[in-house]
Ligand binder design. Structure first.
Ligand SMILES: Nc1ncnc2c1ncn2[C@@H]1O[C@H](COP(=O)(O)OP(=O)(O)OP(=O)(O)O)[C@@H](O)[C@H]1O
Ligand SMILES: [Mg+2]
Length: 393
């Protein structure tokens, strides 16, 4: 049975007993007026407002509460707040709902929570998300004498946030899918270049060589031209091999991430004259191709940015193999840049490299932190946690 307590007079109760004699004082009239004014303000609120005492009884409720809950004031005043808000017979508790009123009584400070309240409108049951701000009402000496609960329906906002999160989730999976499609495509192009184009050019080189050998000694001009053509076809072959390697560095599959990063350093930084200090710390563990490729591509972009933008002299690269995490640090002593500006710049297609790095790292549940300032060099820290399922014997 519903327990109903009519609260004793408190500084927040709704009605004030006025003297019935003609001696009604000026000050009481003023009080009545200010009290009416206060209630008019409270009742004008779209948000629901409750005042709750130490026993969790409602001592005051504004019109919005009565309107939204379809109740009369007498039903609400004196009821427990959790009866009116949740139809519960017990106080709100975790894990279902943290009670912000309890927090206010315990700490003396305001508290916020979002609860699900059930409403019945036009015969339909509706669950709504209600944001609650509970605040202490204090007396002259600062003692908490009651708690106000300001309740706002945030269902629309919550649904919009949920939708946004689900679109983000979809974007993340789309991104992951696109990344794997890109890697597959690179692999396929590398295979085709290797198995078809480079075989044809190798045959062309051999044919040119045969043609040169068949020339009569008198055809010196043709010999020179054919030799040049042969030289060119060898250069094309070399370039195709480089391209194949850039597209799909088989060194990762064959020798692992550390060797692949060493190759990136030699073929991109050292040949360009950078002083590089590369250290691999810990025992290298082989990870799934997905993780290794992602880390490789991210390092590739960081190195390409140093070559293209940093004007650096020294580059420090550290690859840590820890128990459950791989850490990559790439540091240069170059010109630095404004990271926020570079990432949020609307000036596209200026650069997608940093965004791509961030996305790749997030796709494998890692974190990336870039510290840089104009004139102060750049440091990129990447942490990739992994579990034993991500390792390969
Ligand atoms: N190590 C670095 N040192 C100095 N500036 C850098 C460094 N890395 C990035 N930047 C700056 O940040 C900008 C954005 O880099 P981002 O990699 O996103 O694009 P990008 O290299 O210009 O183009 P791309 O899409 O080809 O990578 C660069 O244009 C450059 O100004
Ligand atoms: Mg770049």
């Amino acid at each position: 049975m519903k327990r109903k307590v009519v609260p004793k007079s408190t500084s927040v109760s709704r009605s004030i007993d006025l003297p019935t004699t003609n001696e009604t004082s000026e000050s009481l009239k003023k009080m009545e007026n200010s009290n009416r004014y206060l209630h008019a303000v409270i009742d004008s609120l779209e948000d629901e407002l409750l005042v709750v005492n130490k026993d969790y009884h409602i001592v005051q409720a504004n019109d919005a509460v009565l309107r939204n809950r379809g109740k009369h004031r007498q039903e609400v005043i004196g009821s427990y707040c959790y009866e009116v808000s949740h139809n519960l017979v017990r106080r709100c508790n975790l894990p279902l709902h943290e009670c912000p009123i309890r927090v206010v009584w315990e700490t003396g400070r305001s508290a916020q929570a979002t609860h699900i309240h059930v409403f019945h409108a036009e015969g339909k049951r509706q669950e709504r998300y209600i944001n609650i701000i509970a605040s202490p009402v204090t007396d002259d000496r600062g003692n908490v004498i009651a708690v106000t609960e300001l309740m706002r329906d945030v269902t629309d906002r919550k649904e919009a946030e949920d939708q946004l999160e689900s679109s983000r989730e979809q974007l993340r999976s789309l991104s992951a899918h696109l990344e794997s499609v890109r890697e597959e495509e690179r692999k396929k192009i590398a295979h085709d270049l290797h198995d078809e184009t480079s075989q044809l050019i190798a045959s062309l080189t051999a044919l040119l060589e045969a043609a040169v050998s068949k020339l009569p000694t008198s055809a010196s001009q043709s010999r020179v031209l054919l030799n040049e053509a042969q030289e060119l076809s060898i250069q094309i072959l070399d370039q195709i091999h480089k391209l194949i390697y850039q597209l799909r560095p088989t060194i990762i599959d064959d020798f692992g991430l550390a060797a692949a990063i060493r190759w990136l350093v030699e073929s991109n930084l050292e040949v360009a004259g950078f002083k590089v200090n590369l250290k691999v710390i810990g025992q290298e563990i082989r990870l799934t191709p997905e993780l290794e490729t992602a880390l490789f591509r991210v390092t590739q972009e960081a190195i390409s940015n140093i070559v293209r933008h940093a004007h650096a002299k020294r580059v420090n690269i550290r690859l840590y193999f820890r128990k459950r995490v791989i850490k990559l640090r790439v540091k240069d002593d170059g010109c630095g840049f404004d990271v926020n500006e570079a990432i949020t710049s609307k000036d596209r297609p200026r650069g997608l490299g940093l965004l791509g790095m961030k996305e790749r790292v997030e796709l494998i549940n890692g974190t990336m932190n870039i510290r840089s300032r104009p004139g102060g060099g750049t440091e990129i820290d990447i942490d990739i946690p992994f579990n034993c399922e991500a390792t390969i014997e």
